[in-house]
Design a protein around this ligand. Structure first.
Ligand SMILES: *Cc1c(COP(=O)(O)O)cnc(C)c1O
Length: 496
């Protein structure tokens, strides 16, 4: 199977090259030429397999230049019971026809582990196939969650090194400690005196700095990135939608072929796009419900067909969804226009120039056939946390709460009774202060995060994940920070 760019449909590269490159020359994203099919009989067969076997099966349909042994090895290194517990993606039944898929049982307690535990292994195999004998140097700018998940994923993976820059005063104390205590021989972390955008543009200019790139090449290394537009981060996410359907089938909650809805708390549109790809493969999915917070650009887009980022940016209690440019939407536009690379280019050009674009009526109709968009502000988020805990005994984090609220709005508006799975993207203990306050406890917003974790535990009777509980006792390994102008020097020092 070949891959091509959303901005040049004549590209033809294999999956290994797509994973090594991350983004195409003209700035497009890599997509498969066609979607492999998964039949209902195959789904029934997968229902009797474990998560890793299901993952290997699905991945082998996309990564046709990998051998079965390579895929199996990658999967088995990524999804271990030491890292994820016995059940990789637990599925809980909340009430009749309503389920929660928990994707946060990995090492950093957020769903990004599902992709970032596998990506490093896919990347090392891809480097062997398409990397000219070089090893990779991963450079990340993070606003919090991605940095830690990438560090955990790349930690001690052969043939890789990773350096993470974070805005010194732009991440939570918990997130900072998660990164600064990171173990592993191939990892480095550095604070930046600036905000996330400063760190991000610093990283972007290092990627194309000839002096640094040359020195890297002399050491036999190339830069790569671990951000969510890489195909190697997207494809692992298709797996858990199929696996979830298998679990529903196996437990008798649905019958073979019965369509279900997924409700996805959305930021960069990566997670929900993976669900759309599973649907394209033939997984029986009726609606995909796209849930946003007050940064509701996707809600407006789905409802009106106009994507307009000329709007205020809100900092919310679901920070991983505070995004105004959802990069992965480009892949959906490419698919729903019948691979019209020119049209996609025009829209993206308009977005970067004028800050908006509009889709034509047939495209808008095609989007609405599959997607429903809704949003919920911070007050609504808190009410949903409290309501679900008190009425259904389920404790959720702020991002998942957005999905719960939007799902209720959807049901009230449409009367749709299709069985639905709400995708849960983070442990409630990762956002303990906000969750506590939602439950009516007066915990200070700037209080100690570890006290918040303990307080949430005693208020709810739920146990905090071990990796968060034990964090405060871990030795701090990284204390350095630099100005934006010195980021290149930090990279050079790390290489040497
Ligand atoms: C990253 C993230 C999201 C958003 O996922 P996208 O793939 O960017 O849409 C939602 N919830 C949490 C907890 C996240 O970390």
């Amino acid at each position: 199977m070949f891959y091509r760019s959303t901005r040049n449909k004549d590209t033809a590269i294999k999956s290994a090259e797509a994973i090594v490159k991350g983004i195409s020359q003209e700035g497009g994203l890599f997509v498969p030429y066609e979607f492999p099919v998964i039949s209902l009989d195959e789904i029934s067969k997968l229902a009797d397999m474990d998560y890793n076997e299901r993952a290997a099966f699905v991945l082998s349909k996309f990564l046709t230049d990998f051998t079965p042994e390579e895929i199996e090895e990658c999967v088995n290194k990524a999804y271990t019971s030491e890292k994820f517990g016995e059940n990789i993606t637990p599925l809980l039944k909340l009430c009749s026809g309503e389920y929660v898929l928990e994707l946060w049982h990995g090492p950093t307690c957020a769903f990004k582990d599902m992709a970032l535990q596998l990506l490093p292994h896919l990347l090392t195999v891809s480097m062997k196939k398409a990397g000219d004998g070089k090893t990779v140097f991963i450079l990340v700018a993070t606003s919090g969650d991605t940095g830690k998940a990438a560090l955990e994923g790349f930690k001690d993976v052969d043939g890789t090194s990773i350096l993470v820059f974070y805005p010194e005063s732009g991440v939570s104390p918990m997130q900072k400690l998660q990164m600064n205590t990171q173990q592993g021989d191939n990892v480095a972390v550095c604070g930046v005196k600036g905000n996330f955008d400063d760190a991000q543009s610093g990283v972007k200019s290092i990627f194309t700095n000839p002096e640094i790139v040359n020195e890297l090449a002399e050491k036999g290394m190339v830069f790569s990135s671990a951000n969510s537009i890489n195909w190697g981060r997207l494809v692992p996410q298709v797996v858990y939608y199929i696996s979830c359907y298998c679990d529903l089938l196996k437990s008798g909650e649905i019958i073979k072929g019965e369509p279900i809805n997924f409700v996805v708390p959305t930021g960069n549109f990566g997670n929900i796009l993976a669900a759309y790809y599973a649907r394209r493969m033939g997984l029986p999915i009726a609606k995909l419900i796209c849930a946003s917070n007050s940064n509701n650009i996707l809600t407006d887009f789905i409802n009106t067909g106009r994507y307009d980022r000329n709007r205020p940016f809100f900092t919310t209690i679901s920070p991983s969804m505070d995004i105004l440019i959802s990069s992965n939407l480009e892949r959906l536009l490419f698919d729903l226009t019948g691979c019209d690379d020119q049209k996609v280019q025009d829209m993206m050009k308009k977005l970067s120039g004028l800050g908006y674009y509009e889709v034509d009526e047939p495209l808008h109709k095609a989007i609405c056939e599959v997607f429903y968009g809704g949003y919920c502000d911070d007050e609504g988020t808190k009410r949903a946390i409290s309501r679900y805990f008190k009425e259904k005994g389920y404790l959720c984090d702020t991002h998942t709460a957005v999905a719960f609220d939007v799902y209720e709005q959807y049901k009230a508006k449409t009367g749709d009774k299709t069985k639905s799975v709400i995708v849960s993207t983070a442990s409630p203990f990762k956002f303990a202060t906000s969750v506590l306050n939602a439950l009516g406890t007066d915990f200070p917003e700037d209080g100690d995060e570890f006290e918040a974790v303990d307080a949430l535990s005693s208020a709810t009777g739920c146990e905090a994940p071990e990796s968060l509980r034990t964090l405060r006792d871990k030795p701090v390994r990284f204390r350095n920070s630099c100005s934006v102008g010195k980021m290149g020097d930090v990279v050079l020092a790390t290489i040497r």
